[in-house]
Design a protein around this ligand. Structure first.
Ligand SMILES: Nc1ncnc2c1ncn2[C@@H]1O[C@H](COP(=O)(O)OP(=O)(O)OP(=O)(O)O)[C@@H](O)[C@H]1O
Ligand SMILES: [Mg+2]
Length: 505
């Protein structure tokens, strides 16, 4: 492809785009101009309107106002099919594959190549799927169902789909939120290759390191409106944060001194064949223990087993010296455990219920009088946490499913923090959460530890683990492969334990 002259029209241009849902104004006036052969970052706080903008370009929502143009030509999409046909591919914040269909069928959904007499040419589909995966440098079985694939692989399938459509604009809405370092590298290599072919990419992320690593241009949004567009090279993290938030943000990882007390959670020899093996650790009162490792190392599985949502074959869990019966989240909650799960949409929220109901789900017994939960009490409890976590919602009685991705995450966090736990297990506590609230979540975790809560924090963000943890455990392939005190926990030491061939102990 010839390099474009500077006067070439942008691949994608939005101007003055507005969108409301009833009384909720999601976009007031959004502008975005994405050049060909460019990777363009779109950033803003939770609820700023990024995903809404994406869904308008995708043809999922109709805009109320403003203009949309591709290669300088005004366009208007009534359906996602029209947007696809115009060369736009979108990888949504939540993967949208059909779990029962095979990998190949998902890639060719709705446009299967046909042979004579309209028969679907399965061989051709399968061969093209394999060719796409080769090109992306990944190994995924084209015949398996997509159900059970990691989120990383699901995203690669979405990208394969985009490439097979020969999309000229590829939009990725927080594609890295659920990926580990290696998988992020793989995704970035693919993105750069697509850029070099002259395609236009839009990349949404709350991680600044990724924006500086991958993108050439950045557009900042705030409260549904355009703020500015700049070359990434001309910006700093602090500058971008100020534009996003409109104020200074408190320090990330504020570690407060906490008195470390007795063992509260003691996990001994926990094993589940094929999932994790002989996992033993303790978390003491006032202590924040970080659990690091690559995605897929078994960290979430251990957390779920400890909390009783998943089974384990052998080993034991004790809380304050008393054994905790396996397989009973109810017993775990009764003994003061709380688990903020990784996959919050699936495991943490009732999307068609109100925000207030979700925040108070874990404390309903405490809020009830004569067997009834009173709206007043529910709202008061919900209001406290919604405001501490800066949940952006039109009202506490709004349906949780209408909140932005990051605000849904805050609701789950609020639900478990409201339960006043003795042992708090948080799985990727700040995934998908914007900088401002991230600092607030860190401060809350620090403060809970100071109040004597035993905190187990699973995180794939190394700076978060190193910044917050008193002690770092590392898992690899279902086993504990490292235990480091705060002072010894360097990025190199943690990465070594997470990836080294020989176990450290
Ligand atoms: N279907 C809907 N019904 C009602 N309100 C909605 C709907 N979709 C989005 N909103 C509201 O529009 C605003 C913008 O949401 P959007 O999802 O675009 O934010 P975002 O920038 O993607 O945030 P995040 O970083 O958390 O993903 C939010 O206040 C959200 O609650
Ligand atoms: Mg979003």
């Amino acid at each position: 492809m010839q390099p474009d002259t500077p006067s070439a029209p942008p691949a994608l241009e939005l101007a003055g785009v507005a969108k409301s849902f009833g009384s909720v104004v999601a976009l007031k006036s959004a502008d975005l101009r994405v050049e060909k052969g460019s990777i363009h970052a779109l950033i803003g706080e939770n609820g700023a309107g990024k995903s809404t903008l994406v869904k308008i370009v995708a043809g999922l929502y109709r805009r109320d106002d403003g203009t949309l143009a591709l290669d300088g030509e005004p366009v208007d999409f009534h359906t996602t099919a029209e947007s696809k046909a115009a060369g736009i591919a979108v990888i949504y914040q939540e993967p949208t594959l059909f779990p029962d269909l095979s990998v190949t069928e998902n890639i060719f959904m709705g446009r299967q190549p046909t042979r004579r007499f309209g028969r679907i040419d399965r061989r051709a589909m399968r061969e093209e799927a394999c060719a796409l995966f080769d090109r992306l440098g990944v190994r995924i079985d084209p015949d398996r169902p997509t159900d059970g694939l990691s989120i990383a692989d699901q995203q690669i399938i979405e990208i394969a789909k985009a490439i097979s459509l020969d999309a000229r604009v590829l939009i990725m809405d927080e594609p890295t939120a659920a990926l580990s370092g290696v998988e992020v590298d793989r995704l970035f290599a693919v993105a750069r290759a697509l850029r070099d072919e002259g395609r236009a990419l839009v990349f949404i992320s709350h991680r600044f390191d990724e924006i500086f690593d991958l993108c050439d241009t950045v557009t900042v949004m705030r409260d549904g409106a355009y703020v500015d567009t700049l070359p990434v090279a001309d910006t700093t993290v602090d500058g971008l944060v100020r534009m996003m938030v409109g104020r200074d943000v408190a320090e990330l990882f504020p570690k407060l001194p906490a008195e470390i007390g007795d063992d509260v959670l003691v996990v001994d020899g926990l094993s589940q064949p094929g999932v994790f093996h002989d996992v033993s650790f303790t978390v003491r009162a006032g202590e924040i223990v970080g659990l690091a490792g690559l995605v897929g190392a078994g960290r979430s599985e251990v957390a779920r087993a400890v909390f009783g949502v998943d089974p384990y074959a052998s080993g034991s869990v004790r809380v304050d010296g008393e054994p905790l019966p396996p397989g009973s989240p109810r017993a775990a909650i009764g003994r003061g455990l709380a688990l903020v799960p990784e996959d919050r949409r699936k495991q943490g929220l009732v999307l068609d219920q109100t925000v207030a109901r979700n925040v108070t789900l874990a404390i309903r017994e405490r809020l009830s009088r004569w067997g009834l939960v009173w709206d007043g009490l529910e709202n008061a409890a919900a209001r406290t946490w919604a405001s501490r976590l800066e949940v952006k919602t039109a009202a506490l009685d709004a349906e949780t499913g209408t909140l932005s991705g990051g605000n849904q995450q805050k609701v789950v966090l609020g639900k478990w923090l409201a339960s006043d736990p003795k042992v708090l297990i948080v799985d990727e506590p700040t995934r998908g959460i914007d900088v401002g609230t991230k600092a607030e979540v860190h401060r809350l975790l620090s403060r809970l530890a100071q109040q004597g809560v035993a905190v187990l924090m699973i995180s794939s963000e190394l700076p978060e683990v190193l910044g917050m943890a008193d002690r770092v455990l590392v898992m690899r392939e279902g086993r504990l492969t490292g235990e480091l005190d705060r002072a010894d926990a360097t990025p190199e030491a943690v990465m070594h334990a997470a990836t080294a061939e020989e176990a450290l102990r």
